[in-house]
Design a protein around this ligand. Sequence first.
Ligand SMILES: NC(=O)c1ccc[n+]([C@@H]2O[C@H](COP(=O)([O-])OP(=O)(O)OC[C@H]3O[C@@H](n4cnc5c(N)ncnc54)[C@H](O)[C@@H]3O)[C@@H](O)[C@H]2O)c1
Length: 457
Amino acid sequence: MTSTIPHQLAAAPSSAVPPETAAPPELLSPAPPADAEPGLRSVAVVGLGYVGLPTALALHRSGVAVRGVDVSRRRLEAVRGGQVDLLPSDLLDLHAALASDGFSVGDDPTAVAEADAVIICVPTPVDDHLSPDLGPLESACRAVVDWARPGQLLVLTSTTYVGSTHDLLVAPLAARRGLVAGRDLHVAFSPERIDPGVVEHEQGRTPRVVGGTTAECTRRAADLVGRLTSSVHAVSSAEAAEMTKLYENTFRAVVLALANEVAGICRTLDLDAVEVTDAAATKPYGFLAAYPGPGVGGHCIPCDPHYLLWQMRLHRTPTPLIEQAMTSIAHRPHEVVARAVEVLSDQGRGLAGARVLVVGVSYKPGVRDVRETPALEIVRGLEQRGAVVAYHDPLVPELRLPDGRVLASATDAPQEQWDLLLLHTVHPGADLSWVSAHPLVLDATYRFAAAPQRHVV
Ligand SMILES: NC(=O)c1ccc[n+]([C@@H]2O[C@H](COP(=O)([O-])OP(=O)(O)OC[C@H]3O[C@@H](n4cnc5c(N)ncnc54)[C@H](O)[C@@H]3O)[C@@H](O)[C@H]2O)c1
């Protein structure tokens, strides 16, 4: 737990903010062409991860000079060497950008002072107790406040609790630097909606929400994010934009928890959960398809709703539905392990001593990211019950387990015999024809009907 106390929702924003009328919600028109913003020549992007790097590249494509700032030397080396997990088109852009004059990366936070605008997109994870770990965000915001200068635009994009923009930027800018948001410089929140590895959800076609400290802050931030997308939706405050992001990801968490529960119902009734979901999805309104799986991973859905739960505990506001969804999501890998026990037991054997191959370990198809991947809990659970576990994932050559051990992907796995294949992630284009030849398959993806001895969770 960090020392930061969430900003009270009932409190007015900062008393240091000038009494400017907030912008009404509206859909802003697409960004003006680059030459309509003569003031914006350079942008600093703080945090060059799954979100920051594609954002930096898109800004560079839009015609501004970009300076990427990251505290991780390892990450900077990977970026400079082009060894990063990006969509193929972004990877090409990265090589071109690195060879150009207007794109550079480094670890010096003072570079922030040289930029006309600063975008902050550092991680906002949860700790082992599922409480927000605000360390990276607080540290990044502290550095930006230290080096901010009059006339700049500062846009926070990390998913975080409601009031963060005020607490971590607006208030310290006024208190430590004497810089008033809306008067001396502009501050806004605009949540990221990048969907790593999914070409259909590319940034340029994904609308962005923007809420500033004042109406002018909102307008300037909308101009900036309008360089990244063709549609910008303005809300009345940074707090409304922060809550928007938490709501959309909490919605997703609840729907995924429901999808897993419905899959259990379908198994009980001997129905195919995917067939039923596809059929329900033909309804043109009021239903959003979500599919069951081995659990929910990545840096967003298993983490973001905990920022809301944490904040609501301060307010003593009950959130039973979200609590239940997050408990169910956290428990899902244990259900997968329990099902593995059941499936093996139906064959007259136990999990102890069984050779189990987990197929695919990243948290979703097409990415190398293993943050919060359910595979970690599943491997741990299988091993705790005595199974001999290996994994096979062409995108993840090594997997660091919670106990510090590092497993290497079993490249020869398709040729070997396994007591149980546990399908966790199926990457696009992966040749899994060998799976069908195996006698026992637990398909936690619900997508591999081809395997003859296939069981679902
Ligand atoms: N990954 C996603 O799919 C996704 C989608 C939408 C929103 N988000 C949100 O965007 C934010 C960033 O997520 P991400 O997935 O890009 O994280 P990430 O871990 O991939 O990258 C974050 C980068 O920030 C760097 N960093 C950490 N502290 C820093 C500091 N003080 N100064 C400069 N750099 C620092 C890290 O070294 C890392 O390279 C999070 O709040 C996340 O919830 C993520």
